[in-house]
Design a binder for this molecule. Structure first.
Ligand code: F6R
Ligand code: MG
Ligand code: MG
Length: 368
């Protein structure tokens, strides 16, 4: 436990939703708030904010215990369990407890189903922290925006203009297939970085540091299908980005989301669709069309003596109306492909869905 530093932990899970995989139920949020408030009073955490992205329940927590802390992880796990038992199951919400893959808590929620992004840092005189939460997609969805924020001078003017950013950032990449990681230093190794992270289903950005070591961003990297060995929904990732004063400005962090890039997920976790930035309000923050399209909400805070001041609803702005309109046009265009690639994902990605069962039946009927 490190006393001076603050840790922001975002831990999320889909423990049931309505209708189908649409959104969370208000009672789930209420129970989460009650339990996390109790933990705050007990001193486990300093502050928290409970929200959701589509059907995923999101706990944004601050504390002094560092990353991978057993008490904080256990708190999240137990809270998800209790919400499942007290709300999701009695209301027969859809997919009650679906992301709680492990039988029992074993010290860290990583690899047990819930998604986790954590960042420990020395709080600056003023520390803006932005939390992004996506539904109906996978961790690789952050690769493009995170690269643009921390590696692309056409996005982030500060990389050119501000001497504090000019030396660049180091990206930690996780190979989710082999469970190994690599650090790549930019701008020197920008092309190597892109050679990896363009394969966003396999190479996923997990951490970003300024080249003097300052922690700048963290993203969740779990792939449920690789844990469970079968399709259990997409991983609906979260990420934490610090901003301003020697880091990309809030506006530079938000800029890449003005382009609704294609991400894997959407219906049955089997389709490419545009990532649509939406408001945290109930009208926009739930999936509908073809169980989508995939979407991202953004919550902006100041972390102040480990307290969360905020949130500001980052995409609840007319400045993102046009992005949503473009995303809807892309949705129309992609949907017209029906079951054909590249709208439907390629065979490697479909391996973890129910498609192989269908293909199995045809195997014996092929003739040479
Ligand atoms: C995508 C997702 C949904 C479901 C779909 C079918 O991540 O969760 O699109 O895959 O609604 O769900 P089941 O098989 O539960 O009827
Ligand atoms: Mg669901
Ligand atoms: Mg979800």
């Amino acid at each position: 436990m490190s006393s001076q530093k603050v840790t922001v932990s975002v831990i999320k899970a889909d423990v049931g939703s309505y209708p189908g995989h649409g959104t969370v139920h208000p009672q789930q949020i209420e129970v989460a708030k009650t339990l996390l408030e109790k933990a705050r009073k007990d001193g486990a955490i300093v502050d928290f904010f409970v929200t959701h992205a589509g059907d995923d329940l999101e706990f944004i927590m601050t504390h002094r215990r560092g990353e991978n802390d057993k008490r904080v992880h256990q708190l999240a796990w137990d809270t998800f369990k209790e919400i499942t038992d007290k709300v999701s199951k009695p209301l027969k919400l859809y997919g009650a407890g679906q992301d709680l893959l492990a039988e029992a808590f074993s010290g860290n929620v990583k690899g047990m189903g819930p998604g986790v992004a954590e960042l420990e840092f020395e709080e600056r005189r003023s520390d803006p922290v932005l939390v992004f939460m996506a539904d109906k997609t996978e961790p690789g969805a952050w690769n493009l925006p995170l690269f643009r924020i921390f590696g692309d001078p056409f996005n982030t003017a500060g990389l050119i203009i501000d001497p504090a950013l000019h030396d660049g950032f180091t990206f930690e990449i996780l190979d989710v297939m082999e469970d190994q990681s690599i650090k790549i230093k930019c701008p020197d190794e920008t092309y190597d970085l892109l050679a990896l992270i363009g394969t966003s289903s396999r190479y996923v950005i997990s951490k970003i540091y300024r080249n003097d070591g300052m922690p700048a961003a963290a993203a969740s990297t779990s792939r449920l299908s690789l844990i469970a060995g079968r399709y259990v929904g997409k991983d609906d990732p979260v990420c934490i980005v610090r901003a301003q004063h020697g880091l990309p400005a809030v506006g530079e962090v938000l800029e890449p989301f003005a382009f609704p890039h294609l991400v894997a997920g959407w219906m049955r976790g089997s389709h490419l669709g545009p990532l649509m930035p939406v408001s945290m309000n109930d009208v926009q923050n739930r999936v509908t069309r073809f169980d989508g399209p995939p979407r991202v909400v953004g919550a902006g805070f100041q972390v102040s003596d480990a307290k969360l001041i905020g949130p500001a609803d980052l995409f609840g702005d007319p400045a993102y109306d046009r992005t949503r309109q473009v995303a809807n046009e892309i949705t129309d265009y992609m949907r017209r492909h029906g079951p054909f690639m590249p709208h439907r994902l390629g065979p490697e990605e479909m391996e973890y869905t129910t498609l192989p069962e269908v293909l199995e039946k045809l195997k014996t009927r092929f003739k040479k």
